[in-house]
Ligand binder design. Structure first.
Ligand code: P6P
Length: 337
């Protein structure tokens, strides 16, 4: 009798999924499990942040010139420590670090993968108890195993990702990821300290009524984006749309992924190239969106995943979510610029 295998935990699911890759030797499996461990460690601090002395600013600014919150620093340190001790990762690009992070020792130089990570996205929400998230993207290295990695390993188009995902630290803590075989969600069960399968094969609705954008920048948006927002507000009392914007992309994207909706961070007069970073925000989110049946573009029909990165912290305009909603806003941009 063959057991009807029902994976319950992240570890069980990843191992089962590995059978779909006949040549896989378990490296990616081990790496994904290490991400789960780091997520649990960060989750513990996020949940305790109100009690422990970990709230507030770390008195530093990151490469983006943004105030580094203590929890940002903690999350960055934990993911770097856990990933490099996995032996699978030879280098990382992090929002919190100017250059790629490498370690000149034989252990990490043998790593087959590089990871791009936003250790704690939505930091401005940390002190006000609003959901925040970690976003990660995994690539096979290009440089020779046993050597120090360099920018070539990191500056790969999103189509080369072998895995991507996010952790959302919200009313519950979830890890959502893809290896190109669909999108799966796991919810942390604190009583056993395991991420348990809760959302198998997430498929995002083709259309929804939720739109997420910072309308405070309305006057800085292009005419096409302004026209789309006017369309969403409708001509009469019932527009059929609802505005939902948390200020943490992971939380906005996750809600829209499940319910149907669109997240937009267009170019503005202040930030011509948009605000979101291509490598560790837009690309992983785009991989997930497409794997769930949605879209992710720059608003002009260019797939985010096909953009060739030129710099680690390169920014990109991002329109992502339900397929028909992304196509709709692109129609307004095509017509009005
Ligand atoms: P604004 C958080 O800093 C972030 O990168 C996304 O998570 C979020 O959607 C966006 O920036 C918020 O930016 O300009 O609306 O405050």
């Amino acid at each position: 009798m063959t057991a009807n295998i029902q994976p319950q935990t992240l570890n069980e699911f990843i191992i089962l999924q590995q059978t779909a890759f006949p040549y896989a030797k378990g490296d990616l499996t081990r790496l994904l499990n290490h991400i789960g461990v780091a997520a649990k460690i960060v989750n513990r601090e996020v949940n305790a942040a109100g009690l422990a002395d970990i709230l507030g600013k770390a008195g530093k600014t990151n490469i983006q010139g943004e105030d580094v919150m203590k929890l940002d620093e903690f999350a960055n340190e934990q993911f770097i420590r856990v990933l490099t001790s996995s032996g699978e990762v030879c280098g990382l690009a992090s929002e919190e670090n100017h250059d790629i992070i490498t370690f000149n020792n034989n252990f990490t130089k043998e790593g087959k993968y590089v990871v791009c990570i936003d250790p704690l996205d939505g930091s401005s929400n940390i002190d006000v108890n609003v959901s925040i998230g970690t976003i990660f993207s995994i690539y096979r290295r290009i440089t020779e195993i046993g050597t120090l990695p360099d920018d070539r390993d990191i500056l790969q188009p999103g189509t080369k990702q072998v895995a991507a995902g996010y952790v959302i630290y919200g009313s519950s803590t979830m890890l959502v990821y893809t290896t190109g075989l669909g999108v799966t969600g796991f919810t942390l069960d604190p009583s056993i300290g395991e991420f348990c399968l809760s959302h198998y094969n997430i498929v995002t609705p083709e259309k929804g009524n939720l739109y997420s954008i910072n309308e405070g920048y309305y006057k800085q948006f292009s005419p096409g984006v302004q026209k789309y927002l006017d369309h969403c507000k409708g001509k009469d009392e019932n527009s059929g749309y609802s505005a939902r914007y948390i200020g943490s992309m992971v939380a906005d994207f996750h809600r829209n992924l499940l319910k149907g909706g669109i997240y937009m961070y267009p170019s503005t007069k202040k930030q011509e190239g948009g605000k979101l970073r291509l490598l560790y925000e837009a690309n992983p989110i785009a991989f997930l969106a497409e794997q769930a049946g949605g879209l992710a573009t720059d608003g002009k029909g260019n797939r985010i995943l096909e953009i060739i990165p030129k710099a680690i912290h390169q920014r990109v305009p991002l329109f992502t979510g339900s397929k028909k909603m992304v196509e709709d806003v692109e129609g307004w941009i095509k017509k009005y610029g």
